[in-house]
Design a protein around this ligand. Sequence first.
Ligand code: ATP
Ligand code: MG
Length: 169
Amino acid sequence: MLGNSQDAKFITEWARGCPDGSNRRFYGGPMPEGWKFIGYGSFRSVYLSPEGVAYKVQQYYSQYSWDNVGEYQNWQRIHRECEFPEGVRLPDLTLYENGGKPVVAMEYVRGMTLADFNRSCQGDEQDKYRRYRGLMVECGYGFNLLDMHEENVMVDEESGDLVVIDIQM
Ligand SMILES: Nc1ncnc2c1ncn2[C@@H]1O[C@H](COP(=O)(O)OP(=O)(O)OP(=O)(O)O)[C@@H](O)[C@H]1O
Ligand SMILES: [Mg+2]
């Protein structure tokens, strides 16, 4: 188990509870003590808890939008059915039901998204970038994921592994 249900509930209520009715807490700004804003995509914002776990909070919930549940199911399916290319992994993940507002707790990956790696790499590193880019495309097909792009994979700064951090679709 990663994280805990209290933190999952706390950060969901905080993110969704802007006093002025805006949803600016999905896009950063001052955080509760000990928490950090990590980033956002089209559907979710990601926050780092005081104990170092990444929590993904959905901006919307509807019968058509089960992103965090979908991510958990994909995570299980990929581990059950798929082969991992050498140097690729998925982060550890736990789903919290959170009273109908499901939250994903995910291992926090230290490193850069492939998009940032692409922007910052120079010289020989550009070959590395091309190799990572090829692995990313291979994972899209191999894991049957539709939403593969360079903000959805990260380069683990310690191991150099490619880590798929967005597996919702
Ligand atoms: N486990 C993690 N460790 C470190 N950073 C992360 C992690 N998960 C997400 N991030 C950062 O937060 C960003 C948004 O997360 P994520 O891609 O899950 O959101 P999303 O709304 O599902 O994105 P999309 O627009 O691709 O659907 C990522 O691009 C990445 O920069
Ligand atoms: Mg994403």
